[in-house]
Design a binder for this molecule. Structure first.
Ligand code: GTP
Ligand code: MG
Length: 504
């Protein structure tokens, strides 16, 4: 299929850059063997950003390259060097681009006004290096955090033409001919229906006053049910300030007459909805043809009686066009006076509101019917992605963070037992065997210095303490006896005293 010259809707895959990994490194200096951690942080990945550029009028470029990626962040390096951030990818889009998330169907933004922008795929954060991870309790981390992947999203861009006046009519009524006659736009014109498949925009001058007009593909009765080209393209006239009905007075089609055509068009607009408040003008076209003029003269009083503003024109001879253009201009001017055009809106895609718990735990069953504890939450899921599972210390750090957030106590409270499967995340979840603190060890599930095993004495120490206590008691007793029998030597052997002395 040849690439159309005007693409008004396109689907894009956008991917933010990956964050650079943090670096785990130890400072090396002559005569200073243990210089401490000096690994720098990874740079953040670049984001994919849409920005309105008034000089861009179509989405055709996006048709060719449907996958757009921003730059990756650089990894951190030793000697405190942070990695560079990935470069953002700014995509210029036309004014009036609507951005839809394909997976949810939600409208992310309606980009109006020069410079309006939207971050559609945020870059991943860079991982912290071991220098940044060092704390008083963890002076020399032997690991660093991994950079996160950038966001990846499928979006659809839809161009809603921002015209002041929208021309609506049956196929071949002369809408494109009218645009061509009143502006410098040169749309395709032909005597077969549905010549126009995408809207044409024209800039119209009425004296000093300038406004824009756009035609849309022909409407036929039943468009709301999908007949003809359907009525989806009516979105282009949603933002028009006025609607002009273009009525063909020279059609040979049986059963059609200007009044009936007008009713059919209004019925389709009503089925589309939301356009009721737009002022209307009615154009009776092709009056250069004698039969058409007769017909126009017949229906004119009837239409005027209905309160409509009607113009007899011929796009071929130019008759009536000047009056029509000034009527359109007046309509636009009146509308602009009450409703000044909106100031360029700067839209940023806000992260979802961070209320509610940090994480949730739910019990599920896997395919084999075995219980799985699923942990969801932005923090735990992000932490898992930052973890280098080949590095035990990094895994310990992860366990430490999860524990501090309260994931482990929540699991225990809900009845999870050692060896149960814990999944952190959604479809791409990482699976763990649940191993509460005592089974895994201090390094993995508790903060340094907090390990409760330190509270329990080691067997050797316990034996020594017991022996010491025994000795002290005997000595006390002997001293008491010695005081009674003055001058008596208790006869304590040197070796025994020595053995009781040291303690770890
Ligand atoms: N005689 C005469 N013919 C006209 C006039 N205006 C348009 N036509 C003819 O009507 C036919 C259809 O005109 P278009 O401008 O393509 O009609 P359209 O409404 O854009 O049609 P679609 O794009 O198919 O919906 C062409 O053959 C034009 O030459 C007019 O004022 N007088
Ligand atoms: Mg046309």
């Amino acid at each position: 299929m040849p690439i159309p010259s005007f693409v008004d809707t396109v689907t894009l895959q956008v991917t933010g850059g990956r964050g650079g990994h943090g670096c785990a490194s130890v400072k090396r200096e002559k005569f200073k063997p243990l210089g401490g951690p000096d690994g720098g942080n990874g740079g953040n990945g670049g984001s994919v950003i849409l920005r309105v550029d008034p000089s861009v009028t179509t989405l055709v470029d996006y048709h060719r390259h449907a996958h757009r990626k921003a730059g990756h962040g650089q990894p951190g390096k030793g000697n405190y060097q942070d990695g560079g951030n990935g470069s953002d990818l700014v995509l210029a889009v036309p004014d009036g681009t609507v951005v839809v998330d394909v997976s949810t169907g939600a409208v992310l933004a309606d980009l109006v006004g020069s410079g309006a922008e939207l971050t559609v795929a945020a870059g991943g954060r860079g991982g912290l290096g071991n220098e940044a991870l060092a704390t008083a309790a963890r002076k020399a981390p032997g690991f660093a955090l991994l950079g996160e992947d950038g966001e990846d999203r499928r979006i659809r861009l839809e161009l809603k033409i921002l015209a002041d006046i929208g021309l609506v009519g049956f196929p071949s009524a002369g809408k494109s001919s009218l645009i061509a006659a009143i502006s410098r736009a040169r749309p395709e014109i032909a005597d077969y229906p549905f010549t126009t498949l995408v809207p044409n925009l024209g800039v119209v001058r009425a004296g000093d006053f300038v406004f824009t007009a756009a035609d849309v593909p022909g409407l036929i009765p039943g468009a709301a049910e999908g007949r003809g080209l359907g009525h989806d393209f009516l979105r282009h006239i949603e933002r028009c300030q006025g609607i002009v009905h273009v009525i063909d007075c020279a059609t040979w089609e049986p059963g059609r007459d200007p009044s009936g055509d007008l009713d059919a068009l209004e019925a389709e607009l009503a089925a589309y909805g939301g356009l009721e408040d737009r002022p209307r003008l009615v154009v009776l076209n092709k009056v250069d043809i004698p039969d058409a003029r007769d017909l126009a003269d017949i229906v004119l009083p009837d239409l005027r009686e209905r309160g409509l503003d009607v113009y007899l024109v011929s796009t071929k001879t130019g008759e009536g066009l000047k009056k029509l253009v000034f009527a359109m201009a007046q309509l636009v001017a009146e509308h602009r006076a009450v409703q000044p055009p909106p100031a360029p809106a700067r839209i940023a895609l806000a992260p979802p509101a961070a209320d509610g718990p940090d994480f949730t735990v739910r019990q599920e069953k896997d395919d084999a019917g075995q219980p799985i504890w699923r942990v969801r939450g932005s923090k735990p899921e992000r932490w898992v992605k930052q973890t280098d599972f080949a590095n035990g210390e990094a895994v310990g750090y992860l366990a430490d963070r999860l524990n501090r957030l309260g994931v482990e106590s929540e699991l225990l409270a809900l009845g999870a037992g050692p060896g149960d499967t814990v999944a952190i995340g959604g479809a791409d979840a990482v699976l763990f065997d649940f191993a509460p603190q005592v089974d895994i060890g201090a390094e993995l599930l508790s903060r340094r210095g907090d390990d409760n095993r330190l509270q329990q004495l080691r067997p050797a120490a316990r034996r020594r303490r017991a022996k010491d206590a025994e000795f002290q008691a005997r000595r006390e007793a002997e001293r008491a006896v010695g005081q009674a029998l003055d001058g008596y030597d208790p006869g304590l052997s040197e070796g025994e005293a020595d053995e009781a002395e040291p303690d770890g």
